[in-house]
Design a protein around this ligand. Structure first.
Ligand code: NAP
Length: 252
């Protein structure tokens, strides 16, 4: 074919695609010939502008509002996507938040908000797509975890627990549906330049940067390229894997 576009147009849903890593993933998938359902929660204007940008690639992109941390919203979100764009063939579980605190000070609502958004939503969204993928005997599920889900991080017990949970969840689902043409893989970004890391104190940023052999923060596109690979036919024989995208920070 000479270019990177998929031969048949497939539909990808990216949760939390209005900003940061999710935005880059949605755009990269659009560039590679996927139609894209752009999920967002608060950033409606960003989601709409992203859809316009993706549409320039000659594919269809539509924005769908939905707070995926609320379990009751998830069936409605998928119904709206199904009616408007069809069945989701690639699911990227990306939506995530942090509510950092030392364990001694961590409030129950900080724990719950992070678990609901970063882990329970992954369960809910994956459950919505699995039947359709089994029926089609083809599906790609990619979860955005974090290197802290592998190595832990002081001040992020809630976030690390959720991101570890995503890895265990993905490996189990990968095993359940491996024989049905469905792959489930995880990307574990390190320290990526987005709104999530922008507000970190300068000394924290400098200390983290000092631990990155490549000597730079990652860009959302660094993560998006790996996700696009897992979404493609080329990754057919890879499932249940965790790929760290961290400039060599963890090497685990
Ligand atoms: P970000 O810049 O803060 O963007 C977060 C995105 O998630 C936004 O588009 C936001 O949408 C969406 N979102 C948050 N809560 C949501 C909800 N309840 N329902 C639907 N969408 C929701 O974060 P990011 O850095 O791009 O992070 C993306 C993913 O990568 C997260 O899972 C994060 O944990 C992970 N990650 C990030 C880093 C990093 O260094 N940045 C490292 C490792 C892993 P609205 O603005 O529309 O509300």
């Amino acid at each position: 074919m000479g270019d990177t576009k998929e031969t048949a147009r497939r539909l990808a849903l990216v949760t939390g695609a209005s900003r940061g890593i999710g935005r880059a993933i949605a755009l990269e998938l659009g560039k590679r010939g996927f139609d894209v359902a752009v999920n967002y929660n608060n950033s409606a204007a960003d989601a709409e502008s992203l859809c316009e940008e993706i549409a320039k690639e000659g594919v269809t992109a539509k924005a769908f509002k939905g707070d995926v941390s609320v379990a009751a919203n998830i069936p409605q979100l998928f119904k709206a996507i199904e009616e408007s764009m069809g069945t989701v063939q690639v699911l990227v579980n990306n939506a995530g938040i942090t509510r950092d605190n030392l364990l001694m000070r961590m409030k129950e609502d900080e724990w719950n908000a992070v678990i609901e958004t970063n882990l329970t939503a992954v369960f809910g969204c994956t459950k919505e797509v699995i039947r359709g993928m089994i029926k089609a005997r083809w599906g790609r599920i990619i979860c955005v975890s974090s290197v802290v889900g592998i190595v832990g991080n002081a001040g992020q017990a809630n976030y690390s627990a959720a991101k570890s949970g995503v890895i265990g969840f993905a490996k189990s689902v990968a095993r359940e549906y491996a024989a049905r043409g469905v792959t489930v893989n995880v990307v574990a970004p390190g320290f990526i330049e987005t709104d999530m890391t922008k507000s970190l104190p300068d000394n924290t940023k400098a200390a983290t940067l000092a631990q990155i052999p490549q000597g730079r923060m990652g860009l959302p596109l660094d993560v998006a390229r790996a996700v696009a690979f897992f979404a493609s036919d080329e990754s057919e024989y890879i499932t249940g894997q965790v790929l760290a995208i961290d400039g060599g920070m963890t090497m685990c």
